[in-house]
Design a protein around this ligand. Structure first.
Ligand code: HEM
Length: 528
């Protein structure tokens, strides 16, 4: 609000600013309400007191339904102008990437997922990694996580999945192991993500020491309208550091806010964290040669086939001045793309794209995009108006009376359509509700287990056993079955921890919610 304050002289005494109310009136007594006599009663025209207390009554907005605990930091992204050793313009026309050394301001919000606004930052949970680029062509949000994959592949399952991660709706008991594993045991696509969250990667040592990923598959569009599929990776120059469960418990015993404090402290000390942005590219088609679907967010793309190619570096160098205005009110969404970037048909991505701005209109208010932290750093000119807490119409055209389009009397006009046509392949098909054909729910989880170091394997097994011990027998059996389907050694070790052998689970039929490949049918018949 500095622009308003600068229009007048703020009340001051002896050169020092004094307290005022929101109307700019000096406050002479902030300790005592106005009363009839020293002992009361209070009066209703007590404007100063009523304004103060009624504003306080409204200090909170609803917390985010997920990712409520988080912290925002600011910095910049510096482009390489290339993708690996090729000019980036071959693949995308997005302006922010084109020139070597070009800087774009960014805001980044790190978060945990399941807990409330004051919950522990050392909880076993994925971490959110949401970057807002204030580009010269308007905002771009890349809303990702630190693990590279997700639990489900269809957005219609998201509310159920999140309920399974949250406390009991009757007792609010926060011991969610049985609820979470009940859901996982019936959702085999979650196995890859479960194998990551229960490994040390599910407990990053700090926000500075974790990777970030866009997770969903997006598209890049060139000046010629050619498209490629793209996945984004943020690699921390500080390196990756994770906690074992024991390390995490020791930190949590001292503080539940260690990640936020670490970020404030390191930036205050001038130790600015930075991440390289790399991408993987794939031609824009179904890739029948792969054993997974490139639009399936439960899968990673093998780096030996689709190598990482660097496109720039992001540095964080400033923390917010006001935690509420800049961390609680910042709003990211997967629909926020600039020219040269596009959606794919990833069934999570489309669902997310509706969900973010929908929740933000409810959580922050319909004018959330007028708030300084969300507002693009380019002119915004729309015919939208009104709604609670409007700052007024955005930048009206040469005739401010014309708040509609089209008009011949000087209102805002559409931009001339670029020379290129709408991009992307032609899609035909019957309306249906079907799983994607190449589900392959176990292979990457098994491979990840085998590639882990011994301490990571041990920590993963101990964490899974610890959680499954809190679950009923049917859930334990089904989870052990799934772990055998991923990798015999994993099934064996988790099974041992909960007293279940391959013989106990070999006869279990596949779930109704899965279609096993021939290879998986063989595996199920020979578990262990
Ligand atoms: C936050 C929905 C999947 C990353 C949120 C919020 C909603 C939501 C409603 C709260 C936003 C707000 O109040 O401002 C969904 C839905 C999903 C989904 C419907 C699936 C269909 C994912 C996935 C990722 C992700 C796969 C990671 C790749 C995030 C992050 C935030 C967030 C980082 C926090 C943004 C912030 O810091 O403000 N999501 N989400 N979400 N989601 Fe998702």
């Amino acid at each position: 609000m500095t622009d308003v304050a600068s229009q007048g002289t703020a009340p001051s005494q002896a050169g020092k600013p004094v307290l005022t109310n929101r109307q700019g009136h000096p406050v002479y007594d902030n300790q005592n309400q106005r009363t009839v006599g020293a002992r009361g009663p209070a009066t209703l025209e007590n404007y100063q007191f009523l304004e103060k207390i009624s504003h306080f009554d409204r200090e909170r907005i609803p917390e985010r339904v997920v990712h409520a605990r988080g912290v925002t930091a600011y910095g910049y992204f510096e482009a390489d102008g290339t993708v690996g050793d090729e000019p980036i313009s071959t693949y995308t026309r997005a302006a922010l990437f084109q020139e070597k050394g070009k800087r774009t301001d960014i805001a980044l919000r790190f978060s945990t997922v399941a807990g409330g606004r004051d919950s522990s930052e050392v909880a076993r949970d994925p971490r959110g990694f949401a970057v807002k680029f204030y580009t010269e062509e308007g905002n771009w949000d890349l809303v990702g996580n630190n693990l590279g994959v997700f639990f489900i592949r269809d957005a219609i399952k998201f509310p159920d999945f999140i309920h399974s991660q949250k406390p009991d709706p009757v007792t609010f008991e926060a011991n969610v192991a049985e609820r979470a594993f009940d859901f996982f045991s019936q959702s085999p696509e979650a196995l890859h993500m479960v194998s990551l969250v229960f490994s040390p990667r599910g407990l990053p040592a700090s926000y500075r020491h974790m990777q970030g990923f866009g997770v969903n598959t997006y598209k890049w569009v060139s000046a010629q309208g050619e498209t490629v599929l793209v996945k984004y990776h943020w690699l921390p120059k500080q390196g990756v550091k994770s906690y074992t469960a024991a390390d995490g418990a020791a930190v949590q015993a001292q503080s539940t806010g260690s990640h936020t404090k670490d970020l404030y402290d390191s930036i205050a000390a001038g130790d600015f964290p930075s991440w390289e942005l790399h991408v993987q590219l794939m031609s824009d088609d179904e890739h029948p040669e792969l054993d997974f679907d490139p639009l399936d967010d439960t899968k990673v793309w093998p780096e030996e086939v689709f190598p990482l190619r660097k496109v720039g570096t992001m540095t964080l160098n400033r923390m917010p001045d006001d935690f509420f205005a800049e961390n609680e009110q910042i709003a990211f969404g997967t629909g926020v793309l600039v020219d040269g970037l596009d959606f794919s048909d990833d069934k999570m991505l489309v669902g997310r794209t509706f969900s973010y701005s929908d929740t933000q209109r409810y959580r922050v208010g319909p004018n959330y995009l007028q708030l300084p932290v969300n507002r693009p750093k380019v002119d915004v000119r729309t015919n939208q108006q009104g709604g609670p807490m409007s700052y007024g119409r955005d930048n009206v055209g040469e005739n401010p009376h014309v708040n509609y389009e089209p008009s011949i009397t000087g209102g805002l006009r559409e931009a001339t359509y670029p020379t290129h046509d709408e991009q992307g392949p032609v899609v035909t098909g019957r309306l249906t509700r079907k799983r994607i054909p190449r589900t392959n729910d176990y292979q990457q989880a098994g491979e990840r287990y085998l590639l882990s170091e011994q301490w990571e394997k041990d920590d993963l097994v101990a964490n899974l056993v610890g959680a499954l011990q809190q679950c009923r027998r049917e859930i334990q059996e089904r989870m052990v079955w799934h772990f055998f389907m991923c990798e015999d050694e994993l099934g064996q070790r988790v099974g041992e921890g909960v007293g279940i052998t391959a013989d106990d689970v070999r006869g279990l039929p596949p779930l109704q919610s899965q279609t096993l490949s021939e290879e998986e049918v063989q595996r199920a018949a020979n578990l262990g």
